[in-house]
Design a binder for this molecule. Structure first.
Ligand SMILES: C[S@@+](CC[C@H](N)C(=O)[O-])C[C@H]1O[C@@H](n2cnc3c(N)ncnc32)[C@H](O)[C@@H]1O
Length: 258
């Protein structure tokens, strides 16, 4: 993919932040509409020492994580609460990160295109804390136990570089949430958003899974909640919460992990 097309996606999101009513709608939408998938993603972070949120936007997922851990502490007042993972949000839009900082000035965030080849090494240089870095000198790379990427891949003309980065950055698990695609066997879908414009998704589920496997990873879970020809089809294994309409959630793990 040419660097400009991922840059164009970032610019689309930055533009939304400058239209007050669109921005309100965006922030309220990601806050409420997709809460169930955030809860499932937060559950998958249990036991992780560190979590990277790729395409974090205003870091609403970080807020879910914090609330879940506050609740876990309450639930465990007489025993040891689970350790709260360190959080790092990465996004290419300055406007999104300004909003994240406005909501919590202490939030750890990094401005970077998630499709960039040099993301792992760039981030290792940009972050001062050893907890995030593996290796030393030129070889130092950003790593975290869990990488979460929600509602990002479907906005990219070519999602594979960002997916590849997620797999390289993660040690134990990757959680992907899609707001509309992949649509089973359809080769592409076109989404039009009022403010984001038109995105043409030209990747089959199989493309993404092939990329996952080529990195030595596998998909262990796929939840979905789809409307197909007017009928809602939700994954039978979905836990107590139902995903938002047309959302899918994948959990990926290294293939060698039992
Ligand atoms: C729909 S929002 C989702 C935000 C957040 N993940 C959530 O679920 O609340 C998509 C985010 O991806 C970011 N994004 C899109 N393309 C990107 C890219 N190539 N590099 C970095 N961030 C990107 C946008 O700036 C935006 O914040």
């Amino acid at each position: 993919m040419s660097p400009t097309s991922s840059q164009q996606t970032i610019e689309q999101f930055s533009r939304v932040a400058k239209i007050p009513h669109a921005w309100q709608q965006f922030v309220a939408g990601i806050g409420a509409w997709s809460a169930p998938s955030r809860l499932i993603a937060a559950r998958e972070c249990r036991g992780a020492a560190s979590v990277i949120d790729l395409g974090c936007g205003p870091c609403v997922f970080a807020e879910t994580l914090e609330r879940c851990w506050a609740q876990a502490k309450l639930d465990n007042v007489l025993s040891t609460p689970p350790p709260e993972p360190l959080y790092l949000g990465i996004d290419g839009s300055e406007e999104m990160l300004l909003e994240a900082k406005r909501r919590n000035p202490a939030r750890r965030v990094l401005l970077k295109d998630v499709c960039a080849d040099d993301l792992p090494t760039y981030a290792a240089r940009a972050l001062d804390q050893r907890a995030w870095i593996e290796g030393a000198g030129e070889d130092a790379k950003l790593r975290a136990d869990v990488v979460v990427m929600r509602h990002v891949l479907e906005h990219l003309q070519d999602p594979l570089p960002a997916l590849c980065n997620a797999l390289v950055l993660a040690r134990r698990k990757v959680v992907l949430v899609f707001s509309q695609v992949p649509l089973l066997e359809l080769s592409y879908s076109v989404r039009t958003d009022d403010y984001l414009g038109c995105t043409r998704w030209a990747h089959q589920e199989a493309n993404l899974l092939a990329e996952v496997e080529s990195h030595g990873w596998r998909r262990v879970t796929a939840f979905y909640n789809r409307m197909i020809f007017g009928v809602t089809v939700a994954s039978p294994t979905e836990p107590n919460v139902r995903l938002a309409p047309n959302e899918s959630l994948w959990i990926l793990e290294p293939a060698a992990q039992k």
